[in-house]
Design a protein around this ligand. Structure first.
Ligand SMILES: [Zn+2]
Length: 272
């Protein structure tokens, strides 16, 4: 799993996570190393499995150590590393996103509630604004997003990145974080994997069969099919299925050409 997908999952959970749970997950370690996850405290309770009857116990700080009180064993010390809690550093994430897309007008704090302005793309067709909102899963999230955007200057196109949820909202496009960026597993650098302008809905001037036009839309469709065990290794049959999936998912978009779809299918299946 790309580290960005793990970060997206953690943001979507909406609360802190423990280092204990993620154990030796390399993506988790990387995210904390580059500051996209930060230590936010320690867990408030643990389950004691050291005595006869497992019970939950509150974590306390005593004798210079974290631990808990067990009726049988008394004070049981806990290793700090096992009870640390981590949460996403949204402000750091916005800063990285702003760098990746070389935006202007970034705002370093949220504009309202949990809605952040990443900034304006340097576009020569009109104003394209990028925003971020941790979750967009229910009507409350949508309402808060709309209130936030009412405080903003008008833009020709608005693209809202989020960790989870794709509620349709008039006047803007919502994309999931890992639709648009990935994190280099070695360096921890963020890089874009899709054209933000295209994602935002800015029409492209047609310049002949440009190959990458639908790549950002085709790729996840193909990967989903592989992940869900729906894919077949016969390129022709798989391309037809992907074509149908594309048509169902994006009824208002022109369908990519068959050679284009086949090329993406071959790439995803590990061919040339
Ligand atoms: Zn106990």
């Amino acid at each position: 799993m790309n580290p960005i997908s793990l970060l997206r999952e953690i943001i979507a959970q909406g609360g802190p996570v423990t280092s204990d749970f993620y154990g030796d997950n390399a993506s988790f370690a990387l995210l904390s190393r580059v500051g996209l996850l930060r230590e936010v405290g320690v867990v408030s309770s643990v389950v004691c499995c050291d005595c006869d009857a497992p019970h939950s116990a509150q974590v306390v700080f005593a004798h210079g150590k974290h631990g808990y009180l067990c009726p049988d064993l008394g004070f049981v010390a806990l290793a700090h590393s096992s009870i640390k809690e981590f949460g996403p550093d949204i402000s750091a994430l916005i800063e990285r996103l702003a760098e990746v897309f070389e935006v202007r007008q970034r705002k370093s704090s949220s504009i309202y509630g949990e809605t952040w302005r990443i900034g304006a793309l340097r576009s020569n067709v009109g104003s394209v604004m990028l925003y971020f909102r941790p979750n967009l899963q229910n009507e409350n999230d949508a309402r808060e997003l709309r209130s936030a955007l009412e405080r903003e200057v008008r833009a020709d196109w608005r693209l809202v990145l989020t960790s989870e949820g794709k509620l349709p909202i008039a006047g803007l496009v919502v994309a999931q974080l890992d639709d648009i960026v990935e994190i280099d597993a070695e360096t921890g650098d963020l890089r874009s994997i899709a054209d933000a302008e295209t994602l935002a809905g800015v029409p492209r001037r047609v310049t002949g069969g440009r190959p990458s036009e639908h790549g950002h839309l085709l790729k996840p469709l193909i990967e989903d099919r592989i992940k869900n065990g729906k894919s077949t290794t016969a390129v022709g049959a798989e391309a037809r299925a992907v074509r149908a999936a594309f048509q169902a998912a994006y009824p208002d978009k022109p369908i990519p050409s068959d050679p284009t779809i086949k090329r993406y299918v071959r790439a995803a299946l590990g061919g040339s």
